[in-house]
Design a protein around this ligand. Structure first.
Ligand code: AHR
Length: 848
């Protein structure tokens, strides 16, 4: 242990010494009062590296900070090669001492952010510089060579587009005059030599203390990265000499606090084929012939109306079954086959509901194996106009790669060709795949968030998820491109989501866009700077209010009636609504967000609004999101973070210092970037801190939930699957253990370890809760050390029953297949049984 600490201190001191000696600066010498700060950006990594600094006392010898540490990154546009770019950063200080940085973003837009200290930055504004400039050419112009000058109390932003020089003026960096051809003299960027390379940027005179602070910030961020860079390998070095650790744990039953009784739930997003081809039980892919090349933004010509189909048919559009579903297939003297999602998985002797909208000649439907064997068949006779007809098919075989065939001797038009297992979750029609749904149910989720994630706010305004498009008869729903690059049939729509929540006994947590699409959008403008036009926002706000009526309104209301028509006259008892998903907090966002939140709060004070505070656990969006939440007095905000296991180990106290008088937290998305046991355990450890802070953290959901093999856009996920198998990860079992063992009261405990080193103690997590409904006491113990811990747990056991449920979940850190094992043992044995290295133990004690 000592060896480890010494090692870390040496590293830290050497970084410090290298940095300062390379600056040619002797810390003992007198410090300069003023120095020059050079601000610049580079084209490396497609210009995504952001704003860097170097300093000098003489403007000849420059010392870079980092080197190339990023103090500000552009958030404009998508994650693709064109987005998030900062080129030609221009930094200056105004007369009040505020720094302003403006930059071009590979678009007809320039960006602005300001800062008092160059470390914390204001929200970013993106200015459409060429909005008023009429252009002849087709290609989009790009703002280049951006510079700023000041004259007569206003700032001139000079730039070039299509080789023409323009300028626009502003006094406040919020309101800009229309761009005109530039007649003013623009300043130049300065060229300096930095580590042998020429860089272009701006020079500002600053106090030395500011540079010291920048260096400290860079150092601490490097130190934090180093500290969070843990792994089983570094553990084995770090803890090589560690002696067996004993832990005295005193549970103080008298010292308790109320915590949330709905701490763990699920985050469902249609990502990785989680809906169509996933939880939604439909076995036919592209049943409505509405797949379109535009689903994948033209990147795949085969991804069209005939996708997953082959045979003797043509796609037609005249006289469709519904305007929202314009395509159908006409099969002529032959057959057409659907291959499902990588083959149709069938079970022997199970019944499948086949249905189709058809017209024309009689036809036969068959389920067939790849070798052509018929496994089930039915003959159907359609009418001469569109009508839904159906048949029940019983498979003679268990098979994973069947296909469905429709054959005719004449001409038959078909649409909404559907095949559902009769055994869906809770046997619902248009239901959910039972094995996946059962696995989710086994997590005992207290809530289900849906439909995302980024799917909720979508890729561009046109792709914002609109709940009204997802209800009503299936053939009338409006399918849509999925932000993750595939197709959403909307067969799993808002009605089905609400129904699923009810079937699970979980609260529904729908998340709706805040009137802006995803900030990483690449479609129809770059992200949220181009939110829904304000003159269309009333309609959008009304949609949000209508959702509440759809869920809770009486059957006499417009939307309550639609719910009843769908088969659910009773209200769904919606309590929560999320507005926004980890949005970039911009002016465009805030204006729309406030409008929606205010409208919901005014009309439905009974609804708990969950706000959004950005995609990270810190930074501008987090700070600004929280400031708006404070101002709006939001009951809950949605935090997101995907971090390394080391981050989760080092941040168990993240919520300890949260102000209890402010909004509560829904940790809506988190994961430790891996599906190994080491990852799962770091999540289990972190969750002991979440339970301890269950008075401020009301809900938490791992993300994402589902991923179909071969169609994974995001790793890691909680449950993988294919057509016939479900594959819960080790991370899943951590969630399951927490979900199955919740409490509503947290009991404080004092822990004394035989080794008091912080590296040891932060790898041991304890959370003790009481479940008032059952009276059970639940002790969770996470040992993330490569050594066993010998506990001695003290509390009054007078009213405890003799035998407890003792669950141990353990494995090597690299393991991906470990499973928890539960046995009944005596309470005395449970309170002192050795906790294996890398293990998560749950002791469930019944009381008399
Ligand atoms: O969980 C996957 C994605 O991560 C979500 O869609 C988004 O909200 C986050 O960035």
């Amino acid at each position: 242990m000592k060896k480890f600490l010494l090692h870390n201190v040496v590293i830290f001191l050497s970084i410090f010494a290298v940095v300062f000696s390379s600056f040619g600066f002797n810390p003992k010498e007198e410090k300069p009062e003023k120095v020059y700060l050079f601000a610049y950006s580079t084209l490396k990594n497609n210009g995504k590296n952001g704003l860097h600094f170097a300093w000098s006392t003489d403007q000849k010898n420059w010392f870079s900070i980092g080197p190339e540490h990023s103090f500000l990154k552009s958030d404009y546009g998508s994650w693709g090669p064109m987005g998030k770019s900062m080129s030609e950063a221009f930094l200056f200080k105004d007369e009040t001492g505020i720094f302003h940085c403006l930059w071009s973003v590979k678009d007809d837009v320039f960006a602005h952010a300001s800062s008092k200290d160059l470390v914390s930055w204001s929200r970013q504004d993106y200015i459409q510089a060429l909005k008023n400039v009429s252009k002849n050419q087709e290609a989009k112009s790009t703002v280049e060579s951006l510079k700023v000058s000041r004259k007569s109390g206003q700032y001139f932003v000079h730039f070039t587009a299509d080789k023409i020089r323009y300028s626009s003026t502003t006094k406040d960096f919020k309101n800009y005059t229309p761009s005109v051809t530039d007649t003013e003299q623009a300043p130049h960027l300065t060229e300096i030599t930095l580590q042998g390379k020429t860089e272009k940027g701006t020079i500002t005179e600053v106090n030395w203390s500011l540079v010291e602070m920048l260096v400290k910030r860079m150092e601490s961020s490097k130190f934090r990265d180093k500290q969070n860079d843990t792994s089983p390998k570094s553990d084995s070095l770090l803890f090589a000499g560690l002696k067996p650790v004993t832990a005295q744990i005193s549970i103080n039953v008298g010292q308790s606090k109320k915590i949330s009784n709905m701490l763990t739930g699920v985050f469902f997003e249609d990502i990785n084929y989680a809906a169509d081809g996933g939880l939604y039980g439909e076995l036919i892919q592209n049943r409505d012939f509405e797949y379109a090349v535009s689903d994948k933004k033209g990147r795949d010509e085969k991804w069209n109306a005939a996708m997953a189909w082959n045979g003797d048919f043509k796609i037609q559009k005249s006289n469709p079954i519904h305007a929202n579903n314009p395509n159908y297939a006409v099969v002529t003297k032959g057959s057409c086959n659907n291959s499902g999602f990588d083959g149709i998985a069938l079970k022997a002797n199970e019944k499948y509901d086949f249905s189709v909208f058809a017209k024309g000649a009689k036809f036969t439907v068959k389920l067939k194996s790849a070798s052509g064997q018929t496994l089930a068949e039915a003959a159907l006779k359609p009418a001469s106009s569109w009508k839904k007809i159906s048949a029940v098919l019983t498979s003679s075989k268990t098979i994973t790669d069947a296909h469905l065939e429709i054959s005719t001797d004449g001409e038959t038009s078909v649409d909404m060709v559907s095949l559902f297992p009769q055994k869906t979750f809770k046997n619902r029609k248009n239901g959910l795949r039972s094995d996946l749904a059962e696995l989710i149910a086994a997590m005992h989720p207290k809530f289900v968030r849906f439909p995302g994630g980024c799917v909720a706010h979508g890729d561009g305004i046109a792709n914002i998820y609109r709940w009204k498009n997802t209800i009503g008869p299936l053939e009338s729903r409006t399918p849509m491109r999925n932000i993750w690059g595939y197709h959403q049939s909307m067969g799993l729509g808002y009605f089905e989501y609400f129904q699923f929540c009810e079937d699970l006994g979980a609260a529904a947590v729908p998340v709706l866009a805040a009137g802006v699409p995803c900030q990483n959008s690449s479609d129809g403008g770059a992200g949220q700077q181009f939110g829904i036009p304000m003159d269309q926002m009333d309609e959008y706000v009304q949609d949000v209010l209508d959702l509440i009526e759809y869920a809770n309104g009486s059957t006499n209301t417009v939307w309550g009636k639609k719910r009843a028509e769908a088969g659910h006259p009773k209200p769904f008892n919606l309590k929560y609504i999320g507005i926004g998903n980890e949005d970039l907090i911009s002016d465009v966002f805030e204006e729309r967000y406030r409008l929606i939140v205010n409208a919901v709060q005014k009309k439905h004070p009974e609804i708990i609004v969950i706000g959004t505070v950005g995609p990270f656990f810190e930074g501008t969006d987090y700070n600004e999101g929280w400031a708006i939440a404070d101002n709006l007095k939001l009951p809950i905000v949605d935090e997101h973070y995907y971090e390394s296991p080391g981050w989760f180990i080092n941040n168990q106290n993240f919520y300890d210092s949260y102000d209890r008088s402010k909004s509560k937290v829904y940790l809506g998305e988190y994961a430790s970037r891996g599906n190994k046991f080491y990852n799962a355990l770091s999540e289990a450890l972190y969750l002991t801190g979440i339970e301890r802070n269950g008075d401020i953290v009301t809900m938490a959901s791992y993300a994402p939930l589902l991923a179909r093999e071969k169609h994974v856009q995001w790793n890691p996920d909680l449950i993988y699957f294919n057509g016939s198998e479900v594959k819960p990860t080790v991370n899943y079992f951590v969630q399951q253990l927490y979900g199955q063992n919740p409490g509503d009261v947290y009991l404080e405990s004092a822990i004394q370890l035989s080794d008091t080193n912080a590296e040891v103690s932060k790898r041991f997590g304890v959370a003790v809760v009481k479940d008032n409904a059952s009276g059970d006491l639940i002790v969770k113990l996470v040992n993330m050390l490569p050594k066993a811990i010998i506990p001695s747990i003290n509390f009054s056991t007078s009213n405890a029953v003799e035998n407890v449920n003792y669950t141990v979940f353990t494995g090597s850190p690299e393991n991906t297949t470990a499973r928890p094992v539960t046995q009944k043992i005596t309470i005395d044995a449970a309170l002192s049984r050795e906790l294996p290295p890398y293990s998560f133990t749950v002791i469930r004690i019944k009381t008399k």
